[in-house]
Each structure stands twice: as structure tokens, then as C-alpha cells.
Design a binder for this molecule. Structure first.
Ligand SMILES: [Zn+2]
Length: 223
């Protein structure tokens, strides 16, 4: 009997500690639901609050701009085991606790990652650099505090290519929007989601293919 009681107590404690380390919070706002989980016991409540606030500020805007049919329920998981910065799959964003502790100002990691949910390209018919370039273009346009993270679009360098992905591609896209044709990146994003994207779409939208656009950009890269 005593042994049974002891076992029950230990089992209860195990359940409690498991529940605490995977504390889950469900937050609903503006028709969207965010489930927040963390296995990082020392997570700063201020950082947690900011991650949540950034989601509710940015995600509805990105949904409205790019994909109103995007999922309404998203999960955030602050993970002590994740070694990268952050990653997204199936509506769940995993953040590295290590990165967020060292770079709490880099809050627009949220903006980049939730754009991947909005993109919803499935098995994309386009290249990976395009997916990442669009996500950073969107971070640059909709980010809540890129200056606070000293996150900027890097100046063009001779060795750059539009295939470099991320911020290098994002700067090129910003230039296209400003100097070639506004709405181009939105149309490219839609074609990727509809799986109608082919490289020829650039010429259909802008009159020039990607290499010709890049050549023009290199000649006059000011934003
Ligand atoms: Zn990404």
C-alpha cells in the first residue's frame, strides 16, 4: 500500500514537471489562434510576450496581403534542442532558445518564419532561393523592428547573384518593386502557391527575364 502511494506520488510529480516544462498557452485574437509551447524553463516572459505580440501583429497582415486562405491556427515552440535559428513546418514554428536568448532583438525571425506558413507552396515548383528571398523581402517590408536587430538589406556586391537567397535576393526584389513593376513579388508568390510558376513568368510580368532584370539592377542598384 505504501509502495503504491509512493509510486502514485512520483507519477504525479513526473506529470506535473512534464506539464510545466511543456507549458502550453493558447491565445486567440482577431480570428487567429496561437498555441505557444516551450521546453525552455528559463524563457524570459518578456521575450515570450514579444514573440506572441509579433505573431498577432504580423500574421494577419501577411495573410491579408498574400494568402487570405492561410491556416488560422499556428504553433510556436521554443526549443532547447533546436540548433539552427528557427524552422517552420506544418504550421509550427520552432525557435532555438539559444538563438533567442543571445539575440532577443531579432524578433522579426517571427515575420520571416510565419511568412513560410502563408506561402504554403507545398512541394514547391520553384527554387529554394526564391522561397527564402520572398520571406526576407516580406520581413524587410512588414518587420516590426528590423532596425532594432540591425537587420538590413546588404548593399550589392560584385560577387552577388539573385540565387544567393535570403537578404541578397530580398534586396533585388525590393528594387524590382520600386523601379520595375510594383506587385511583381506578390504575383510571383501567388504563382508559387498555385504551382503555376515557371521562370518565364518574370518576363510575362516585367518584360524581362531574371538575368536581364539582374543586369539592370547591377547597373543601377540604388533602392
Ligand atoms: Zn526561411
Amino acid at each position: 500500500m505504501k509502495r503504491v502511494t509512493l509510486f502514485s506520488v512520483l507519477f504525479f510529480l513526473a506529470v506535473v514537471s512534464f506539464t510545466q516544462s511543456y507549458a502550453q498557452e493558447v491565445i486567440k485574437k482577431k480570428g487567429y489562434t496561437l498555441t505557444f509551447e516551450s521546453n525552455f524553463a528559463q524563457l524570459d516572459p518578456k521575450l515570450k510576450k514579444r514573440l506572441i505580440e509579433t505573431f498577432f501583429e504580423v500574421y494577419p497582415k501577411l495573410a491579408k496581403e498574400y494568402n487570405p486562405n492561410t491556416i488560422k491556427e499556428v504553433k510556436f515552440f521554443v526549443d532547447t534542442n533546436y540548433k539552427g535559428v528557427a524552422a517552420t513546418s506544418n504550421g509550427k514554428v520552432s525557435f532555438s532558445s539559444n538563438w533567442m536568448v543571445k539575440h532577443p532583438e531579432d524578433i522579426d525571425v517571427v515575420t520571416h518564419e510565419v511568412m513560410h506558413i502563408v506561402q504554403d507552396y507545398g512541394r514547391s515548383v520553384g527554387p529554394g532561393w526564391l522561397t527564402e528571398g520572398i520571406a526576407d523581402y516580406v520581413r524587410s517590408k512588414f518587420g516590426v523592428d528590423n532596425p532594432g536587430a540591425k537587420w538590413t538589406l546588404p548593399d550589392l556586391k560584385p560577387e552577388h547573384s539573385y540565387k544567393n537567397s535570403y537578404r541578397i535576393t530580398a534586396r533585388f526584389f525590393t528594387w524590382i518593386e520600386k523601379h520595375v513593376k510594383p506587385g511583381t513579388i506578390k504575383a510571383i508568390d501567388a504563382s508559387l502557391r498555385e504551382h503555376t510558376y515557371t521562370p518565364s513568368i518574370w518576363a510575362k510580368l516585367t518584360g524581362k527575364d531574371l538575368d536581364a532584370l539582374w543586369a539592370d539592377y547591377v547597373k543601377n542598384p540604388q533602392l
